[in-house]
Ligand binder design. Structure first.
Ligand code: SF4
Length: 372
């Protein structure tokens, strides 16, 4: 047990709170936006307001939950543990004072009802902000079905809020978590958050999906993700490959291969960072709507790129579609070409291009004979 998480001087039973810290912090391990696999530490590194790295204390407010999500160890828990707002705010303030954290990631089970639990979470944050003048970063989970006035308060108090959609559609949600109404409890809440954020100059929302617990295809996921970025305006989507846990409703289901999660992140990157269109990206899926275990950028390049691509002529949009060339190295190539001709692979390597790009390129009339 990481007893050093607690400092001296608390006004309540340290032993008892320490146990809850362990239980409630470790319960956040299934949240991809605050967790790396095989990392059980209670403090994690995240991207802060300006993109710089910050340390967040991550925890649930309670692990009690009336929902019946098949993959979750907290489903149907009524005798778990919780913090009081006083306890949790006190703990966060002391960790911050000791220089061990920069902020808080606060999630929670729904408890007996989402509004009562959300009020406790908000009270914690209010104590931090108003009583202690806490200016650190706060990421608050919004519980599905939370009332609108509480959502408004959450957006007001936190730098980032998120509500996990978990599933790409209402049908899949019925299979994953029959106690949640996908449209009403989740999508409508996301849109409400979007509308509040549109009136503000700061703040963002993110979301997360469980992958592979209910037979959904990657294409279904991708369609939903595109809507999340375009219509909801989330800043990030996180993916969590399904792992059957002992004691959960889905404990006997087959685990999802980890590569699927990685391929979805790569696909997300192609859409979000490279700016590829959904029309172009659809070629990455097989006839059944699934990705194969290969970088989707490679799949797309082999399917659609008109290669070999003349590296001395190609435009930026063509260059960034070549596996091994990213937006930065593509820009360096264009800039270099203004005064020089690229005559050999080592010119490209010096510009940050990876070797795997070479088979796709024509370099000063030369094409590598051996493909891929
Ligand atoms: S809402 Fe579902 S995933 Fe979240 S704590 Fe409750 S049972 Fe677990």
């Amino acid at each position: 047990m990481d007893r050093s998480i607690l400092a001296q001087g608390a006004s309540f039973d340290l032993e008892d709170v320490d146990q809850r810290v362990q239980t409630l912090s470790r319960s956040t391990r299934y949240d991809r936006c605050c967790h790396r696999r095989n990392d059980d530490s209670l403090i994690y590194s995240a991207s802060g307001r300006d993109g710089c790295r910050i340390r967040l204390f991550r925890t649930l407010f309670t692990n009690e939950c009336y929902h019946q999500c098949g993959y979750c160890p907290n489903a149907g828990t009524s005798n778990g543990c919780s913090y009081t707002p006083e306890e949790l705010s006190d703990l966060v303030v002391r960790l911050r004072r000791e220089g061990r954290i920069d902020g808080l990631f606060l999630s929670s089970g729904a408890g007996r009802d989402e509004d009562t639990t959300m009020e406790g979470m908000l009270e914690t944050v209010r104590i931090l902000r108003d009583r202690h003048g806490f200016s650190g970063y706060i990421h608050l989970k919004i519980l599905p079905g939370t009332s609108r006035d509480l959502i408004e308060q959450a957006v007001e108090l936190a730098e980032r809020v998120s509500i996990n959609i978990e599933a790409p559609s209402g049908d899949v949600m019925q299979e994953l978590s029959p106690t949640k109404d996908y449209e009403r409890d989740i999508l409508e809440r996301q849109m409400y958050i979007r509308d509040i954020l549109a009136r503000r100059s700061s703040g963002s929302q993110t979301t997360q999906l469980v992958i592979g617990a209910a037979g959904e295809t990657d294409l279904e996921i991708f369609h939903r993700v595109v809507k999340e970025y375009r219509e909801i305006g989330v800043s990030r989507v996180y993916y969590s490959a399904f792992v059957p846990l002992k004691g959960t409703i889905f404990e006997h289901r087959t685990p999802q291969a980890r590569w699927r999660e990685s391929r979805l992140y790569q696909l997300d990157w192609l859409y979000r960072v490279y700016g590829m269109s959904p029309e172009e990206i659809k070629n990455a899926f097989d006839d059944d709507g699934f990705l194969i275990d290969q970088d989707p950028k490679v799949t797309l390049a082999r399917e659609s790129l008109d290669w070999p691509l003349d590296v001395n002529e190609a435009d930026l949009q063509s260059l960034i579609r070549v596996p091994g060339i990213g937006p930065e190295s593509a820009r360096r190539i264009i800039s270099y070409r203004r005064r020089n001709r690229i005559v050999c692979p080592s010119d490209l390597i010096r510009l940050g291009v990876r070797r795997k790009a070479i088979p796709y390129l024509k370099i000063n009339g030369w094409v590598q004979k051996r493909l891929f």
